[in-house]
Write a new protein. Structure first.
Length: 412
């Protein structure tokens, strides 16, 4: 009865829009192939894996804690640097050192951090402004001693116990690095709430899935860990792209070691509070992504690099670059050659993407360790109608700027 009622309702809806089932399929064909199929596959795989891990959880040994060097590069972070330092100090991990690298700040960043350096709680380094986060991190590495290295952004705070949750995954075989689970700290404004929802879905559905199949391509610069031996063998962080975290993660994959994701290693970061700041950030990320993919294009469809070369990098190239462009071309095509169908296009696309986003958001909420994020699901109409389309356009702008050249800075 229910399927017949649903089918009847769908046919009446198509009649209302003035399209046949065949026309409706042609309108939705690209979104179904590019988005819905991927969303449903991820949802099924992740939920089954979550059930499997409930029955057979990982077993990690707490008999030895490798020494950890936490490096915090900072440039003009007077508003957040103290909270960042305190969160690292208060984590109960027993064998750690904290190194703050002030990269030519012109505000009170160095002064605020100096208090903790005088008390012997951190190492504080100062260098001339470089405009590149990679230079600041590499400078801190020269003064570090840890067996593993954690890199944190100065506007990020980690939860108590998070360091162990991050480091413990290095016990798994052939693991070179681990990505942390990044959440948005400043959710007071509506714009930041939208970003918090985006972070939840990208981490809990995106990075979790890629962690399962061994293709985590980005250890976020906000919070991640890598073995020192890997840092040494790969030549540390390069400054020839503006997404040094993405670049370095691909360098780990080139050693044919695995990069994992730790869902319980939670860190809270500050998101841009204005649309203008968000656009600048996302354009910078997109430009850096394109730069890094061009730099490591030898990985694409290269069986030498295993699943990362055969699936991970090609998947990113297709979905982030090609598919984003295809969807825009598809929309322009209908606008130019089938403009009479535009009402039907939007009448089908909006509910389609709402269902797609509902699946993505619900699965992400089920998986997230922070179940209080359920209220983000009420943002779905704005996410579908405004946030996702704007994000796609901004990313395209970033890719075009990357193709046209020019240099972007770590901090603008």
């Amino acid at each position: 009865m229910i399927p017949k009622v649903s089918a009847s309702f769908f046919m009446r809806y198509l009649e209302f829009l003035g399209v046949s089932p065949k026309q409706a399929l042609s309108i939705l064909l690209v979104p179904i192939i590019l988005d819905f199929t991927r969303t449903t596959i991820k949802a099924i795989v992740l939920l089954l894996h979550q059930l499997y891990r409930k029955l057979r959880p990982y077993s990690f040994r707490r008999t030895r804690y490798p020494s950890v060097s936490i490096i915090i590069p900072a440039h003009n972070e007077e508003k957040t640097i103290e909270d960042c330092i305190l969160s690292a100090l208060e984590d109960p991990y027993p064998n750690k050192e904290i190194i703050v690298v002030d990269d030519g700040s012109t505000d009170r960043t160095y002064e605020i951090a100096s208090k903790y350096a005088r008390e012997g709680k951190i190492k504080l380094l100062r260098r001339p402004p470089s405009g590149k986060k990679a230079y600041a991190v590499n400078y801190g590495l020269m003064f570090s001693k840890g067996e593993v290295v954690v890199v944190m952004d100065a506007d990020t705070m980690i939860e108590r116990g998070s360091l162990w949750e991050l480091v413990k995954f290095l016990q798994l075989p052939n693991t070179g690095g681990v990505a942390g689970n990044i959440k948005v700290l400043n959710t007071e404004s509506f714009w930041c709430k939208l970003q918090a929802y985006e972070y939840m879905t990208s981490m809990e559905s995106g990075r979790r899935f890629y962690g399962l199949v061994g293709t985590v391509l980005v250890i976020p610069g906000a919070y991640g860990v890598v073995k020192r031996e890997v840092l040494t063998s790969t030549g540390r962080f390069d400054a020839d792209t503006i997404t040094e975290d993405f670049d370095f993660t691909l360098k780990i994959h080139k050693t044919r070691m695995r990069v994992r994701f730790s869902p319980e290693a939670i860190a809270w970061t500050k998101a841009p509070e204005t649309i203008k700041g968000w656009i600048r950030q996302r354009i910078r990320w997109s430009r850096g992504q394109l730069e890094t993919l061009m730099k490591h294009r030898d990985m694409i469809l290269n069986p030498f690099f295993g699943i990362s070369g055969l699936f991970g990098v090609p998947s990113m190239v297709f979905y982030d670059l090609v598919a984003t462009s295809l969807k825009l071309i598809w929309l322009v095509y209908f606008s130019l050659f089938h403009h009479k169908l535009m009402i039907a296009v939007y009448g089908l696309m909006i509910p389609f993407y709402f269902v797609n986003e509902l699946i993505l958001g619900t699965v992400s909420w089920i998986l997230t360790p922070k179940r209080g994020e359920f209220w983000f699901l009420f943002l779905l109409p704005i996410v579908v109608l405004f946030y996702r389309p704007l994000h796609g356009l901004v990313r395209l702008k970033g890719y075009l700027e990357g193709l046209l050249g020019g240099e972007a800075q770590w901090k603008e």
